[in-house]
Write a protein that binds this ligand. Structure first.
Ligand SMILES: [Zn+2]
Length: 127
């Protein structure tokens, strides 16, 4: 991969990471706001709200981990190489999904495998 592309991806990841870190901080601050005088309905709503926030936070943590891994690969010089066949991943694919670690061929292979296992499972289930 060209250095200019690497620099561009690094910038994308750094910005995404900062954005997520900011969101997570906001979520944390909101979680701490718990008024004490609540009736049961308020409490139930607050619980739902809190679990939604936790879900959001989990998702952001997951994305953050993928971004951190991608930044690490950029530093190590392995970014943009397929982790399965070690061929360079198509630039177009990386632009669409910058944190991907598989080339299209390997990704399709992986999806075929998981589709087969789901079908196999269903087959067993029917019998
Ligand atoms: Zn591959």
């Amino acid at each position: 991969m060209r250095k200019t592309d690497l620099v561009r991806f690094k910038k994308i990841f750094t910005e995404q990471r900062d954005q997520i870190l900011m969101n997570v901080t906001i979520v944390d601050e909101n979680l701490m706001v718990r008024p004490e005088d609540k009736d049961e309905v308020d409490q139930a709503n607050a619980d739902i709200e809190q679990s939604m926030r936790m879900q959001l936070k989990n998702r952001e943590t997951f994305t953050l981990r993928k971004i951190t891994e991608a930044l690490k690969r950029i530093d190590e010089g392995s970014y943009g190489a397929c982790q399965s066949c070690e061929e360079p991943i198509e630039l177009r694919r990386l632009q669409a999904r910058p944190t991907t670690t598989l080339c299209i061929a390997c990704k399709e292979e992986e999806e075929k495998m998981s589709a087969t296992s789901i079908l196999g499972h269903r087959f067993e289930f029917v019998h």
